[in-house]
Write a protein that binds this ligand. Structure first.
Ligand code: MIC
Ligand code: SF4
Length: 662
């Protein structure tokens, strides 16, 4: 039987299991990436596991999320990360060099290789044929130590693209269209493989915008075949020799095929405050816009920003609007600067940010109260921009720039009609090395150039909490009952005031679920822990393991939810919190404040493969909750989490990761 691209890459990397959807597989990881806000835990865990050297072909540490270093804590984190990369053998990308996904794509992403990253948008280089997956930090630490990565074999879905995009419609609109159709949970347990003439027509920056936004569908990953466009793009990055031909077989079987006719697409927006709240731009036409931001890991490439620059040439940003360009990488900034586009945009009234995540998670450029912000980003979860009740729309650079010119949401096709001389900018490819301008890689420190030999820890860098086993009796007060689609931004917000504590779990845990109920952390401590109740897709969004670590620290023993997001569920196992599925009726019946106890002996049941547990509520009524876990996840859970499990393995088993003293 023929294979999909996904199956081919997985087959090449398979170390355990079979490629049957729903079954757990173990795969070898070629490359890992981590960033500043998840990376400190990754390396602290690497250290706690007694590992002494990176075992993957390549590991890269980026400093991208909080590069403004408002607080010495951020700077200390960056210094620690540089020391960890140097000590253990990873590349180090300096603060300001750009967002991990863009910089990794430019420098290291390679077709046919596997990549695991402690950031949910790690699948971005799927656009050039890399199988890239986001995971929690502990999974990254173990993979860096040479252990396989375990994941449920996803269903492979064929997204068959026909035709060409009409003028003013972009790759962002393809991704938004899919989000509107499939919703933020439509991709859970799936990998999307983009095929057809429409996919072949797209350039690499367009493809990576789509694979980046695959995360918002909840997908495990997204991938494109490779072709002349991939080869050309690698050549523009001076890495042509890394090209590998990757195609699905003609008789490859997909779980499902989704057809999209690109000729029918139009400029779209995702309205506040969910990426699947998609509508044509025209539906919001006339809405006042106070802020426009072009950039991020979704649309921060040179090729994404150039259309904005062309649209602004000889024009001005409306007086009532602020426009910021936040490039995805210094490479993109440098190319725009060398070609004079930066000056052109500055003259039009644009404010240039350094290449950082920044505003995407509320670090800088926080919108004014009661105002609309249009961003070319991938997430618009409520409050993520740094202000409660924000009003963030997601869109393409073209739609964002049209709004910057008029100060209102406007369909760029209508703006072009009105102005008469505004042409659709289209997409023009850039080249890293222009004639006579050897662009430098001075912001990447290779393991051979490492400055540090030994970890440098500032006072804010705490220890990694370890839990030794789970209790026989699990339960307590239902401290919080939450609705559907609770994001990791709700569980542990990423805004500047909170992000600085990512390396200090005791302090960070004070902010747990504060976006839902700011009394939660204290109530949890007062009650000596308890359980959580949630609707569908609990924990969607980020890979941040802090969303499991902090509840664990506060004594949360189990989460009862209608369904879980993939990475977050893995993080719950990794930190010894029992993720149990309940049906809609049970969800309705439970009230916040109920006394909920699992009747069965949990560690015994978890170990013996029991998948249904009886749960008592207020000693009054009972329901059944399901534990959907592989044998390995059960062992991890019973051990109290992955850290203690790996440690136990090395005093009597094998996790795959190789400690220093092995
Ligand atoms: C995000 O986009 O939410 C983040 C911030 O990049 C996170 C990582 C983090 O929380 O540090 C992600 O996507 O995994
Ligand atoms: Fe950074 Fe935003 Fe991309 Fe996350 S989604 S990596 S915060 S730019």
């Amino acid at each position: 039987m023929g294979q999909t691209i996904t199956e081919k890459i997985l087959d090449d990397h398979l170390v355990e299991g079979e490629l049957t959807p729903g079954e757990e597989i173990g795969i070898e990881i070629d490359q890992v990436l981590t960033q500043d806000t998840t990376g400190t835990m990754v390396w602290l865990q690497f250290e706690a596991l007694d590992l002494d050297e990176v075992q993957t072909e390549l590991a890269a540490q980026y400093c991208d999320h909080q590069t403004y270093q408002f607080d010495f804590k951020n700077t200390d984190d960056h210094r620690f990360l540089r020391s960890a990369a140097g000590t253990y053998g990873a590349y180090f990308s300096r603060p300001g060099n750009g967002i991990c996904h863009q910089v990794h794509k430019e420098n290291f992403a390679a077709p046919g290789k596997t990549l695991l990253g402690s950031d949910s948008h790690t699948p971005t280089p799927g656009g050039l044929g890399q199988l890239a997956i986001g995971a929690g930090g502990l999974d990254i630490a173990v993979a860096m130590g040479g252990g396989p990565y375990y994941v449920e074999m996803p269903e492979v879905v064929n997204v068959h693209l026909e035709g060409e995009l009409p003028e003013w419609a972009t790759a962002k609109d393809i991704a938004l269209h899919l989000l509107g159709e499939l919703t933020v949970k439509g991709g859970v347990g799936k990998i999307f493989e983009y095929t057809g003439p429409g996919a072949e027509n797209l350039t690499i920056p367009e493809r990576t915008t789509i694979t980046n936004l695959g995360t918002e569908l909840g997908a495990t990953s997204s991938i494109f075949a490779t072709d002349e466009k991939t080869k050309d793009w690698l050549a523009r990055q001076d890495r042509e020799e890394e090209y590998v031909d990757l195609q699905p077989d003609d008789d490859a079987e997909y779980a499902e095929t989704i057809e999209v006719d690109l000729t029918e697409l139009e400029p779209l927006v995702a309205a506040p405050s969910m990426p699947d709240n998609v509508a044509p731009v025209s539906e919001y036409a006339g809405t006042d816009v106070e802020q426009v931001i072009v950039g991020s890991c979704t649309n921060g490439a040179y090729e994404d920003i150039l259309p904005s620059a062309k649209m602004l040439e000889g024009r001005e940003v409306a007086k009532q609007t602020e426009m910021i360009v936040a490039p995805g990488s210094k490479q993109a900034s440098e190319m725009l600067a060398r070609e004079g586009w930066t000056a052109e945009m500055m003259a039009a009234g644009v404010n240039f940010s350094e290449a950082t995540c920044g505003a995407c998670i509320g670090i800088g450029h926080v919108p004014a109260s009661d105002s609309v912000s249009l961003r070319t980003f991938n997430r618009n979860f409520e409050g993520r921009s740094g202000i409660e009740d924000d009003s963030v729309f997601l869109c393409s650079p073209e739609v964002a720039t049209a709004a910057a010119i008029t100060g209102k949401i406007v369909d760029p096709r209508d703006l072009a009609d009105d102005l008469g001389d505004l042409e659709a900018p289209g997409l023009e490819m850039g080249t890293k090395y222009g004639p006579g301008m050897g662009q430098s890689d001075s912001d990447i420190i290779s393991p051979d150039e490492a400055i540090d030999d030994g970890l440098v820890k500032g006072p804010n860098i705490g220890d990694v909490p370890i839990k030794n086993g789970i209790d026989a009796e699990i339960g307590g007060e239902a401290l919080l009952k939450m609705e559907d689609n609770i994001t990791t931004d709700h569980i542990i917000p990423a805004t500047a005031d909170i992000l600085k504590f990512r390396s200090n779990i005791e302090k960070l845990s004070e902010f747990t679920l504060s976006r839902v109920d700011d009394t939660f952390a204290q109530r949890s401590l007062d009650a000596d822990g308890g359980v959580l109740v949630a609707g569908e897709n609990y924990g969607q969004g980020s890979s941040r393991e802090h969303a499991a670590l902090c509840p664990m620290y506060l004594g949360i023993e189990a989460v009862f939810a209608q369904s879980f997001a993939r990475i977050h569920k893995a993080n719950l196992f990794n930190f010894g919190i029992v993720p149990l599925a309940i049906d809609a009726e049970t969800y309705e019946q439970i009230d916040q404040g109920d006394d909920i106890h699992i009747v069965d002996d949990v560690p015994a049941g978890v170990r013996s493969g029991q998948d249904e547990f009886t749960v008592s509520v207020n000693d009054d009524w009972e329901f059944t909750a399901e534990l959907d876990a592989s044998e390995r996840e059960r062992e991890i859970l019973a051990a109290g989490g992955k850290l203690s499990w790996v440690k136990q393995q090395h005093t009597g088993g094998d996790s795959g990761a190789a400690p220093a003293d092995d």
